[in-house]
Design a protein around this ligand. Sequence first.
Ligand SMILES: [Mg+2]
Length: 102
Amino acid sequence: MHLEEMKKEIENLVITKGFYNKPEDIPKKLLFAFIELGEASDAWKKGAAQEKIAEELIDVMFYLLDASRLACPDVDMDKMFQHKLAKNLGRPYQYGEGHRNK
Ligand SMILES: [Mg+2]
């Protein structure tokens, strides 16, 4: 399944379950993504099963894609993924991690 397909599945979930679905809800969705990141980190720190950690990371993806659905609906996230991957691959070795040498 590709990101654009996931967005449609998530939209269906949001509508079916009556979750927040307005542009003004975007900050909440991004906050929820952070909360899910915390749950993933906590699960890893507690030595949880890989499936539990993966489930929390999927929750993060759900909220990110859901936020993208409302924040930038005209952007094809599959194309953006390829664009950003190529952009990052074009950057220098260990870009943005100069602190490693300090
Ligand atoms: Mg969770």
